[in-house]
Design a protein around this ligand. Structure first.
Ligand code: NDP
Ligand code: 8X3
Length: 251
């Protein structure tokens, strides 16, 4: 049977690695992001093994999100798996000096964007009487760390939305689960520190962080379980990490 996954934030990091892993499992792909050149490159790479469709939209634009998903051509209009992954931290500042623009970005992308995409896809899954939604949360959605304030709030919201989706979609046989990574070396810190790549690199100094491939591997495990098995909530740390603030470094 043909399986199709829609992955948001597939131009980089966890989303891109997940697309690559899914292609190895013969899962057809709808890859999303704002950078069309990167989507095209990934489509070229993966379309030798699976069918790949690209959707270029900003998850903040609810009309664009709805239109793009509504107009998906066959066979991509049947979506079996949704990976709600697009998101980032913007800034790392104490609450008293945090930027309103950063706060807007995190709430609009990580929370409202996830909702807009879900809203467009859930009715399709209800009609199909099946589907699997994986929400990418964070350890920041389970605990709060200094200067993490609004990013942590956005990921706590993802945690709550995940639990709400589990309850509300239960009558329809739709699987819902969240994966909450600790420190993963992607473009995440480059975005958080607004292109200060030196500062971003230092986040991962002195220990072995998770790689996006590690998380993609786990997401692939989760989506390949039998349909009656739902991995509902999963925290993944690098071995060096015990909490948001406890990381064993060799420095
Ligand atoms: P990256 O910065 O490498 O990837 C982020 C992805 O999100 C990109 O593909 C980007 O695509 C997409 N994205 C960001 N903003 C938007 C937007 N407005 N509209 C559409 N797409 C958007 O980071 P990661 O891979 O690390 O992050 C993926 C998820 O994992 C995020 O939700 C993050 O919070 C979470 N996470 C990350 C951890 C880490 O340590 N790296 C740990 C825990 C959770 P484009 O720019 O092309 O739009
Ligand atoms: C990303 C991990 O610790 O920077 O969600 O919040 S952390």
């Amino acid at each position: 049977m043909m399986t199709t996954a829609l992955i948001t934030g597939a131009t980089s990091g966890i989303g891109k690695s997940t697309a690559i892993e899914f292609a190895k499992q013969s899962i057809n792909l709808i890859i999303c992001g704002r950078r069309q050149d990167r989507l095209d490159e990934l489509q070229n790479e993966l379309s030798t093994s699976v069918a790949v469709h690209t959707l270029c939209f900003d998850v903040r634009d609810k009309h664009e999100v709805a239109k793009s998903i509504e107009n998906l051509p066959s066979p991509f209009n049947t979506i079996d798996i949704l990976i709600n992954n697009a998101g980032n931290a913007h800034g790392l500042d104490p609450i008293q000096t945090g930027s309103l623009d950063d706060w807007d970005a995190m709430i609009d992308i990580n929370v409202k964007g996830l909702l807009y995409v879900s809203k467009a896809i859930i009715p399709k899954m209800i009609a199909q009487k099946s589907g699997h939604i994986i929400n990418i949360g964070s350890i920041a959605g389970k605990e709060v760390y200094p200067n993490g304030n609004v990013y942590c709030a956005s990921k706590h919201a993802v945690d709550a939305i995940n639990k709400g989706m589990q309850m509300d979609l239960n009558p329809y046989g739709i699987k819902v689960g969240a994966i909450h990574p600790g420190l993963v070396e992607t473009e995440f810190s480059n975005v958080r520190f607004k292109g200060d790549d030196q500062r971003a690199g230092h986040v991962y100094d002195g220990f072995d962080p998770l790689t996006p491939e590690n998380i993609a591997d786990i997401i692939t495990f989760v989506v390949t379980r039998p349909y009656h098995v739902n991995i509902a909530d999963l925290i993944v740390f690098p071995t060096a990490q015990a909490s948001s603030t406890i990381v064993k470094k060799s420095l």
